[in-house]
Design a protein around this ligand. Structure first.
Ligand code: CU
Length: 194
């Protein structure tokens, strides 16, 4: 079988590969039962070929596609499971899903995920505390907030999506939870990748 591995930038590669696979299968030599020689059992031969085809098909999938979303977990110990996020610059938008893996209620141990310029964090925490639980501890329409999820409790999740055009290369942004007292532990940085 003579298959060509396609460069990952060739979007037609997968279909061309399938065409080659089809042609190759048509040329598969017929195994006859000859009791004087030992040959592969036909089933094993076909199985090996199918496995090889699956591997080749996987190799031709678009591995270059940018990952334009991520999930951040928050827990009852007041922690995020990520401290850095890098946004691929090829993404038009980027989504962050906050997932609360704890069991405590939103009122007792609620968490959100808020993104801002690093210098704006203090003001956002203050105005968020004033806004209160009903507003997810984020001042409504706060221009300093680049993106934010709702405040969620154990078992819940929420997603926020923002335009990557809002991020500048070489700049470091802060993400944090604005539930009062949480940001000291629930804090990380986000930046635009190369
Ligand atoms: Cu929190």
């Amino acid at each position: 079988m003579n298959l060509t591995l396609f460069c990952c930038t060739d979007s037609n590669g997968f279909w061309e590969l399938l065409t080659q696979i089809k042609a190759s299968l048509a040329q598969t030599p017929q195994h006859t039962h000859d009791f004087t020689t030992i040959t592969h059992p036909p089933d094993l031969f076909i199985m090996r070929r199918l496995i090889a085809l699956v591997v080749l098909a996987l190799l031709s999938t678009p591995l270059w596609a940018a990952q334009c979303s991520t999930t951040v977990e928050a827990n009852d110990a007041m922690r995020f499971n990520k401290s850095t996020i890098v946004v691929p610059k090829d993404c038009k938008t980027f989504s962050v899903t906050l997932k609360d893996t704890g069991t405590m209620s939103r009122e007792a141990m609620g968490h959100n995920w808020v993104l801002s310029h690093t210098g704006d964090e203090g003001a956002i925490l203050s105005s968020g505390m004033a806004a209160g639980l009903a507003d997810n501890f984020v001042k409504p329409n706060d221009p300093q907030v680049i993106a934010h999820t709702k405040l969620i409790g154990g078992g819940a999740s929420d997603t926020t999506t923002f335009s990557v055009a809002k991020l500048k290369a070489g700049k470091v942004y802060a993400f944090f939870c604005t539930c009062p007292g949480h940001a000291a532990l629930m804090h990380g940085t986000l930046s635009l990748g190369s």
